[in-house]
Write a protein that binds this ligand. Structure first.
Ligand code: TMP
Ligand code: ZN
Length: 407
């Protein structure tokens, strides 16, 4: 166990969770690419001073974000409805002025901006991964194909003027240098503007033992306390925190310039709740790490038993989480011959490291297995509703968070 230096405040990050060496979570190599596969240490811990939970090591960004980045945010009906509702709310609250302008960092396939574009409101998505950016452009959305940083922010301001709001979902926690990010936000926002972002919530990750939320892209996992500290270090103020029921537990944060907006009571409420949960304490993360080791033991034990009984087990969903779970637990095709996923750009590829093939969902429904490990557990309701026939024929789902159980 080694310690690291906090990316936010320069404090000491104590390594408390170690998931071994891992390839990039969204790597999904083609079969001929696996000889060039790279792996990196994956361990994490909390900063002694600002309490930001973060990875100890950096994976080079070119190993994480390729032109063919396979994650499409529109892949879930629940997510589509959520981001459309977000956009409608932004149109009614932050974007009411005659020349309102919104910038979205990591706009992916345009799942949120589509509604903004339809409303005829000025917008710009910033998305370095070409394939998903092109999908958004095809929907009539303006996209700049770059990583967001203070240079891009200055260029956007010079061309379009200041933004009334900047939004980001499931990408802000990916940014290695959040200090530079906030400099960019400072450059870009109007005096009364807000930066709103929603990201997986550390409180939920810990409560659910969701260790598979830890992968190379998730450089940080935010809490209300760590975001408040980060905002203040950068000369901003955290003015709201709202829970969002996505990705197994997400928090939406609103940051503004100091004293420009009323601070919602939720900020103090979540800070008190996090204190009660001892979320910032190393001991809490050590307990989580012990629960994760038990999940590994139980899951490999169960899959080994089922194989011995001659049962057929496959995986359902190929989120980046499947990479963490299968590599940490040492699960390969001998235990799970394939996983299915509805994203066309993942099909025909392999889970990085464990090399389990990703097939289309038809491979599951055409010949139901006895058991399916639900790697996309955060979409359980949507997937179980869609795959009712599996259960009706006696199939059973295996879940591994918060512990290994069969439903
Ligand atoms: P996520 O957990 O990062 O959102 O990824 C979920 C993955 O699960 C994504 O690759 C799409 C896939 N998926 C299905 O295969 N079928 C479904 O019904 C849903 C909702 C998602
Ligand atoms: Zn720190």
């Amino acid at each position: 166990m080694s310690n690291g230096i906090c990316r936010i405040c320069g404090g000491t990050v104590k390594e408390t969770v170690n998931l071994g060496r891992q390839p990039s979570g969204n790597g999904f190599p083609l079969p001929h690419e696996i000889e060039h596969e790279r792996s990196f240490p994956l361990s994490a811990g909390t900063c002694d001073s600002c309490t930001m939970f973060q990875l100890l090591d950096d994976v080079p960004s070119e190993a994480k974000y390729r032109d063919e980045y396979p994650y499409h945010a529109s892949g879930s009906a629940v997510h589509r409805a959520h981001f459309e509702a977000n956009a409608r709310r932004f149109l009614e609250t932050e974007l009411t002025g005659p020349d309102a302008f919104i910038v979205e960092i990591g706009s992916n396939d345009g799942v949120m901006l589509a509604t903004i574009a339809q409303a005829g409101v000025r917008h710009l998505g910033v998305e370095p991964c070409r394939e998903v950016a092109d999908v958004a452009r095809g929907r009539g959305i303006q996209v700049l194909g770059e990583f967001f940083n203070e240079n891009t922010a200055a260029a956007i301001r010079a061309e379009h003027g200041p933004a009334n709001m900047v939004f980001g979902a499931n990408c802000i926690a990916h940014i290695v240098d959040l200090r530079r990010l906030l400099q960019g936000i400072d450059t870009l926002l109007t005096p009364d503007g807000v930066f709103i972002f929603e990201e997986p919530y550390l409180g939920s990750v810990i409560a659910q033992n969701a260790f598979d939320m830890i992968y190379d892209e998730h450089v940080h996992i935010f809490s209300v306390r760590s975001i408040k500290a980060m905002a203040e270090l950068a000369g901003f103020e955290l003015v709201n925190a709202e829970p969002v029921p996505l990705h197994g537990g997400t928090m939406r944060y609103t940051i503004a310039r100091p004293s420009r907006r009323a601070v919602a009571p939720a900020v103090a409420e979540f800070l008190a709740q996090e204190r009660e949960q001892r979320l910032a304490e190393h001991g809490t993360i050590e307990k989580f790490a012990a629960a994760v080791r038990k999940i590994r033991e139980d899951l490999t034990g169960l899959l080994g038993d089922l194989r011995a009984q001659g049962k057929r087990v496959v995986g359902y969903g190929a989120p980046a989480k499947v990479t963490t779970v299968t590599n940490y637990c040492g699960i390969g095709t001998e235990l799970i011959p394939f996983v299915v996923d509805s994203t066309p750009s993942k099909q025909g590829r392999l889970v990085a490291g464990s090399h389990i093939p990703v097939l289309e969902p038809g491979a599951f429904s055409a010949d139901h297995p006895d058991y399916a490990v639900l790697f996309a557990w955060n979409h359980a309701e949507e997937i179980m509703a869609k795959e009712q026939a599996f259960r009706e024929r006696g199939g059973r789902w295996i879940l591994y968070v918060p512990d290994v159980h069969i439903v």
